[in-house]
Design a protein around this ligand. Structure first.
Ligand code: DX5
Length: 230
């Protein structure tokens, strides 16, 4: 496993040829595949569900990094775990469907998946902090979730830095993942602030050469060169 995983986001792929797109990501050197699950309720867009995830599972060895942007995440964790998710991330904002977020996080782990917690640009880091000991990954959204192809919100850099500092202070070892408008320039900002997982959709799936684009991301300097191996 690479020290700083790069996760192409399938949302930016050509949906008419998903299998080829996933395999292209794998052959191009991706570490994980990021899968955005949107229900048209928590976010104003609908993407795909567990049946699509399950149908792709036999065609790649890439770990599936599933982000649930849904109103009732607790109702679908089982379905995505069974479909082959390796990591499942839920939003700290999704209070309607998760009266007990810690219980939900533990439920993900009990299903044999790594546990992620996502936080939207306008949500203070303090909302996620009580759960730091329960997670393997903190996903800091660098756009408002819902659509690919948006511009990275520069104000989120401060939150990445704060998360890096808080993680060091607590001695915990969760990944700090960024997602939204991540390209060569914004990835550099995120990595220097302390991110160690890059999710990128448009900048990878729309690149003329995904392998080159991944190599360029991998060559960027990061804040923590001794970051975790997971
Ligand atoms: C927003 C999505 C996107 C996607 C990445 O909800 O989560 O951020 O994964 O797509 P790009 O890289 O195009 O922003």
């Amino acid at each position: 496993m690479f020290e700083r995983p790069i996760a192409p986001s399938l949302l930016a792929a050509d949906f008419s040829r998903l299998r080829e797109e996933v395999q292209c990501a794998e052959y191009s050197g991706a570490d994980w595949l990021h899968l955005d699950i949107m229900d048209g309720n928590f976010v104003p867009n609908i993407s795909f569900g567990p049946a699509v995830v399950k149908s792709l599972r036999p065609h790649t060895g890439l770990p599936f990094d599933v982000q649930l942007m849904v109103a009732f995440p607790g109702a679908c964790v089982d379905a995505f775990a069974e479909a082959g998710a390796n990591r499942i991330t839920v939003h700290v904002e999704g209070e309607h469907g998760q009266p007990d977020l810690r219980h939900l996080l533990h439920g993900i782990r009990e299903r044999g998946c790594k546990v992620g917690l996502a936080i939207n640009p306008e949500t203070p880091l303090a909302h996620a902090e009580p759960f730091f000991a329960d997670i393997d990954l903190l996903l800091i959204m660098t756009v408002h979730p819902g659509f690919g192809g948006q511009a990275f919100i520069p104000e989120t850099v401060e939150k990445i830095e704060a998360a890096f500092v808080r993680r060091a202070a607590t001695g915990l070892a969760f990944h700090i993942e960024i997602d939204g408008g991540v390209n060569h320039e914004t990835a550099a900002m995120g990595l220097l602030a302390g991110a160690d997982v890059l999710v990128s959709g448009t900048a990878l799936f729309h690149a003329p050469d995904m392998a080159l684009a991944i190599r360029e991301l991998r060559a960027l300097p990061a804040r923590n060169e001794t970051a975790l191996h997971r």
